[in-house]
Every structure is written in C-alpha cells, then in structure tokens.
Design a protein around this ligand. Sequence first.
Ligand code: URA
Length: 375
Amino acid sequence: MPSPRDPFLLPGDKPPVGEKLQKFISGAGVTSRRHAEVMIKQGRVTVNGKLATLGMRVVPGDTVRVGGVEVGPQAPRFFMLNKPTGIVTTLDDPQGRATVATLVPDDVRVYPVGRLDIDTSGLLLLTNDGELAHRLMHPSFGVTKTYRVLVQGGVSAATARQLAEGVELEDGMTAPAEAKVVDAGAKHSVLELTIHEGRNRQVRRMCEAIGHPVIELARTAYGPLVLAGLAPGASRPLTDQEIRRLRKAAGLAPARTKEPGSRAERRAEKFGPPRTEGEAVPGDKPAKPAKPKPVKSAKPAASTKPKTWKPKPATSEDEAVQRDRDAGAGGSRNANEQHKPKQRTAKPPRGSGPGSGSRGKSGGGNTRGSGRRGG
Ligand code: URA
C-alpha cells in the first residue's frame, strides 16, 4: 500500500528513508526550511563531505555542514527578553556595541526573531526554531506586534485612524493596523499601535508620516505573548503554554512531546505514525496562517492615492536575520533556564519604554539601512 502521505509512491515502492535535508537544517536551528533550500542550491551545504543537492535526505550518522560548520538536531529553545534601549538586536556587532546575545544564556545559541531598533525597548523573542521564527516574522502569517509609542504633539482620534487605515511610506502602503490614543496632551501623546508587518523602522516611519515623530518606542506584545514582570535587560524561557500559543498564532500545530506515555504517543498509537511539524493531528482544528484583519472602523481615507497592500513574498528582514543565523550556524549547547545579564561594554540603557526615564531623540536606528524589514 502506498503511504497516504506520499501520493507518488506506487505499490511496491519503498517509502523514502531519512529526513529531508532542508528540514534537518531547519531543525538544527540554522534557518527556515525555505532558506535552507536556498543555501543548498547555493552550494553552502555538504553531507558527509560531499556537496549537497536539493532533494537529498539524511539519516542518523550523516554529517551535515552549513558554511563549513557542522550542524545537528537541537531541542527547540525559546526566550523572551525585555530589550533595553542602547542594545543592538544582533548576536555579533562589528562595531563592538552591546548586543542582545549578552542578555540571554550563552549555553544555547538562539537568534532574535526580527529586530528592534537600538532605541526601541521591549519584548524580543529569541529562538533556535528556524521554522517558527520565520513564520513569526513573515507578514503573510499575520502575527501581530503591539507597541507603546510616545510621540510629539497631541494626536487626535482622526489622526490615529489614519495609522489604522494605512499610511503611505516610501516602500508602500502600510497594512491595516490597530491604533489607539492612550493619552493625548498638548506636547506629547501616548499611542498603542498593533501591526502585523515588520518593515524596518515601521512604527517610527508611520508616526513620522502623520506628523508625530516618535520620542520613545517599546514593544509590549508579540502575537499572544505580552511583556510583563520582566525588568529591562532580563530574559526568561517561554513556558510550554506560551510556546503552544505562539505556534498556534503562527499557524502551526502543537509541537509533539517525545516523553514516554505522553498524549502524543497515545495518539500515535491510536491514529498511526507521528505527523511532520505543522501537520494537523487527528482531533486538532486545521492550523491555518492567520489572515490580516481589516480594521472594522476603517473609513475611506482623505487621500486619493489608491491604497493597496499585499504581503511581500521575500522579506529583507529574513535576509538580515539570516546573516546572524548564517554566522552562527551549528552552535549547539545545553539549556540553562536561569540567566543574569552579563557585564556590558556599551553605555547603560536609558529606560524600558515610553515614559520610563529620560526622553531621548527619536530615530536612533540600528545598523541596517532604511527600507529593510525590522521588528
Ligand atoms: N518599528 C520601529 O520603528 N522600530 C522598531 O524597533 C520596531 C518597530
């Protein structure tokens, strides 16, 4: 009988042996499966010393190298960091500035999910799960990010509506968002903005576009996860429940547990062999990528420009983050759930978010150029 999961197998054909190479690389925390395919095509991957080709499968005992560095299966790890300002969202900064790598345990190599500007504080996720990271970052999966924004000037409800409906930026119209005026004074206002894109410096550019430059910016939520109870500079592992909620938000089925006698094992006994990552398990609702939701209260904008927005197929954030991942391919260390920030070399952070300390200038920026995808 051909496997129901491979419609191209003919009766008598043996099912393929081993794991797809791109899945193995993604499981090693190096990158997403899609980008792993690109790396294979680029000739950056070897299996047992020979150049790998697309379609290859690997079995236990094979030696896989990406960019010359041996990679292997890793237990997925997830951390939430309250990134202070003054820290760069990269693992290695050529200019020698303090990086987020100093704020998470160094016995496990995890990569930032997206990017927060050097002057932005707040919730940053770090993981070695390349597939989930890719889904969290890519706008087509619609995972939201919420920001508290201190801006110059008094923002009216009508102006906030402009943010919600979309504003024209140099790299195109922004997608529908949620925008709330939390507090409006004559000189400053506090906004709460929820977006599901991640263009470079997007929130700063959106606020600038409506005439209210950002003074301070902090991310307070990523998908279903909120930043609560973490001091600036502190990090902690995500709980199992948070990981489940994050996977669901990214359109992935719950991760299987390999503990003996687990629910997953009992299901496997009842329903057959385990599914691959992302496949639904019997009894689960089918996992779908969330679609960007239009804002209910959106009214037609005053502008006569056509407003269209489509998720872009390839994100330069993916590419930028990828550089970090590529640089660190293969780092596999043991977990340590406790972490205290290490001594940093850069100046201390200014604060943890809007209203929490000195008010710096807007637009400090990270090392990446404008127009790239950010957090
Ligand atoms: N938008 C920005 O402008 N900066 C960030 O750091 C994140 C989102």
